[in-house]
Ligand binder design. Structure first.
Ligand SMILES: Nc1ncnc2c1ncn2[C@@H]1O[C@H](COP(=O)(O)OP(=O)(O)OP(=O)(O)O)[C@@H](O)[C@H]1O
Length: 272
C-alpha cells in the first residue's frame, strides 16, 4: 500500500539490548467466578527511550491489564517485565500513570498541592524545592490561574491536565497513559492529544499509551501495537513516521484505514 508503513510480520522478535522496557512472554490470568480468564496471552515487545508506544485494541483485549502490570500494580502469571534491566515488582516514581478516571487527584489538595505533594513524595524534595517545579508544570498545561482550585471544582479536561502535569513533573523514566482522554468530549480529547504530543516532543518523554482509538494512536504514537481480544494477543505492529501525524492529511487517513482494515476488519476481530 503506497505511503503506508509496512505491517510487520508477528510474532515480533524482541531485540536483546539496551531497551528501557522489556516485556517478555507475559501472560496475565484472572481468577473469576466462572474460572480462570486469560486477559493477556504471551505478549512480548520492547520499548526504547524516546519512543511513544501505543497499545491499541478493542475493549477487553487486556491492554489496561498489561499497563497495570508495567506500572507494578499487578504481577504477571508468567513471563517477565524489566525496566532498565531490573524486574518490575512494584509501583515506583520511575513510572507515572495517568488514568482515564477523573478521580485520580487527591480531593483534599489544591491543583498546586497535588503536583507539589507528588514531587515531595516521589522525588524526596522539600516543599520549598517542589513548589516552583510544580508551578512550572501547572503553567505548562495552562492551569496557572487554577492552581489554588480543588479538584471537585475543575472540569474533566482540567483534572486530566493536572494529572498530566503531575506525571511529567516527576520526570519518570516511563509515562504510562491508560486511555487518559477516553471520558472527554471529542473536541477536548483532540486538543488534549495535541497538548500531550507537544509536551512529549518538548521533553523527549518515553510513553506507553493505551487506547482503542486508531486516530488517537496515530496522533500520539511513534509505534502502534495492535491487539486482538479474548485472550489479548499482539496482532500487528505499525510505525508512525512523523510525516503521518498531521490529522486531515491523506497519509494520516491512509494509515488509519490500513490499520482498520488489516487488524480490526479481520473475521476473528471482536470490536467489543
Ligand atoms: N480484576 C479483574 N478480575 C477479573 N477479570 C478482569 C479484571 N480486570 C480485567 N478483567 C478482565 O480481563 C480482560 C481484559 O480487561 P482489560 O481491562 O485489561 O481490557 P482493556 O483492553 O483495557 O479494556 P477496556 O478498554 O474496556 O478497559 C477483560 O475480559 C476483563 O473483563
Amino acid at each position: 500500500m503506497d505511503g503506508v508503513p509496512r505491517r510487520e510480520t508477528l510474532p515480533p522478535a524482541p531485540a536483546l539490548g539496551p531497551a528501557l522496557l522489556e516485556v517478555r512472554d507475559v501472560s496475565i490470568r484472572y481468577d473469576t467466578a466462572s474460572g480462570p480468564l486469560t486477559a493477556v496471552d504471551r505478549v512480548s515487545f520492547t520499548l526504547s527511550a524516546g519512543e511513544r508506544l501505543v497499545l491499541l485494541g478493542p475493549s477487553g483485549c487486556g491492554k489496561s491489564t498489561l499497563l497495570r502490570a508495567v506500572g507494578g500494580f499487578l504481577t504477571p502469571s508468567s513471563g517477565e517485565l524489566r525496566l532498565r534491566g531490573t524486574p518490575i515488582t512494584r509501583p515506583g516514581p520511575d513510572r507515572m500513570t495517568v488514568f482515564q478516571e477523573f478521580d485520580q487527584l487527591l480531593p483534599w489538595r489544591t491543583v498546586l498541592g497535588n503536583v507539589r505533594y507528588a514531587l515531595q513524595r516521589g522525588r524526596g524534595l522539600s516543599r520549598a524545592e517542589a513548589e516552583p517545579i510544580a508551578r512550572d508544570w501547572i503553567n505548562r498545561v495552562g492551569l496557572a490561574r487554577a492552581e489554588n482550585a480543588f479538584p471537585h471544582t475543575l472540569s474533566g479536561g482540567m483534572k486530566q491536565r493536572v494529572a498530566i502535569a503531575r506525571a511529567f513533573a516527576l520526570q519518570p523514566d516511563l509515562l504510562l497513559m491508560d486511555e487518559p482522554f477516553a471520558a472527554l468530549d471529542a473536541l477536548t480529547r483532540r486538543r488534549m492529544q495535541d497538548e500531550l504530543l507537544a509536551l512529549c516532543l518538548d521533553t523527549g518523554a518515553t510513553a506507553l499509551f493505551v487506547t482503542h482509538g486508531i486516530d488517537e494512536a496515530i496522533r500520539v504514537g511513534t509505534r502502534i501495537l495492535a491487539f486482538t481480544p479474548h485472550p489479548g494477543r499482539l496482532a500487528a505492529s505499525f510505525d508512525v513516521p512523523e510525516s503521518v501525524r498531521e490529522r486531515g492529511t491523506p497519509a494520516f487517513a491512509a494509515l488509519e484505514a490500513h490499520i482498520q482494515h488489516s487488524v480490526f476488519a479481520s473475521p476473528e476481530a471482536d470490536h467489543g
